[in-house]
Design a protein around this ligand. Structure first.
Ligand code: PDD
Length: 286
């Protein structure tokens, strides 16, 4: 099947989708993005993704490329045209096309919008979750505003590559005090030996994961103990369970950290329960 991308007002064959070499996304990584899961043809937590997009755009003073209503239509159109039933929709907004100058373009430059959709085999991600994944720690070398979901992801790319070369699935990034911030493309969580679920609080040092937000709703509704605070690598190594969350990983157990098993080295009951409940609770909009 031929794939279709949306590029600045047009639906075009994916292989022919093009942006200008003067696009500020290409020149400066001057843009933001969102990744929204598609589950049984519905967008998962779309409203929260759109709220975060609005916030990221405002933080960088990039104009919104479309009204909220038009964006909803484009996202659905791309999902449908690509016949994606399970997978994700990716959208990227940049500050637009202008001669290469670091300062913002003069005058009215329209932001660029690209939307693509990708199918994912749910059986594959289920089998990854069934086994659990390995994670390795490394220094967090990113800038100090990673709460903005910018397309500037070079440190994340390097971290994921290093993790892959070490046989791990994800990197957990360590701040200058040796505390875990988050994963290169996911939020980081542990469950301590008393069953308390721990994840770092929201500030400028982590992304406000949408999966994280929805999972906190689930944890609270179950009455489980939750602490939003920093945790160290040592604490993670002595935890009963650990997991990562994200639009593409959902809730995925972490069973090995820096070559050492977490808990009994298998996905734990709290993690499994949260993963099982996730799609029942997350908002799904067609
Ligand atoms: N990444 N932290 C980082 C650094 C991320 O890149 C992501 C998501 C998350 C989880 O956020 P959410 O739950 O909203 O997906 C946390 C996406 C999936 C990506 O870059 O592909």
């Amino acid at each position: 099947m031929s794939r279709v991308a949306y590029v600045n007002g047009r639906y075009v064959p994916h292989d022919h989708a093009r942006v200008s070499i003067d696009d500020r996304g290409y020149q400066f990584a001057d843009g933001v993005y969102e990744v929204c899961e598609v589950f049984h043809g519905a967008l998962v937590d779309e409203a929260r993704h759109m709220e975060r997009l609005t916030r990221s755009l405002a933080e960088l003073r990039i104009a919104s490329p479309l009204s909220a209503g038009a964006m909803r239509i484009v996202l659905r159109e791309v999902v449908e045209r690509n016949k994606v039933s399970n997978g994700y929709v990716y959208l990227q907004v940049t500050r637009g096309v202008a001669p290469r100058e670091h300062t913002f373009p003069q005058g009215q430059v329209a932001p660029s919008l690209v939307v693509t959709a990708h199918a994912v085999d749910p059986a594959k991600s289920a089998s990854v979750a069934e086994k659990g994944v390995a994670v390795v720690t490394m220094p967090d070398i990113r800038w100090r505003r990673v709460d903005i979901k910018t397309i500037s992801l070079l440190p994340n790319v390097l971290a994921r590559q290093e993790a892959k070369e070490k046989g791990a699935y994800e990197a957990w990034l360590l701040d200058s005090d040796g505390m875990i911030t988050e994963g290169a493309a996911s939020n980081a969580w542990i469950v301590d030996r008393s069953g308390t679920i721990v994840t770092r609080f929201l500030d400028h040092s982590i992304l406000r994961g949408i999966t994280r937000t929805t999972l906190i709703d689930i944890i609270r509704s179950l009455g489980l103990a939750l602490e939003e605070r920093k945790f160290s690598r040592a604490e993670a190594l002595s935890a009963g369970e650990a997991f990562i969350t994200g639009a593409t990983t959902l809730v995925t157990p972490v069973v090995v950290l820096d070559d050492q098993p977490i808990g009994d080295g298998r996905p734990g009951p709290v993690t499994r329960k949260l993963r099982a409940l996730y799609h029942d609770v997350a908002a799904r909009t067609k």
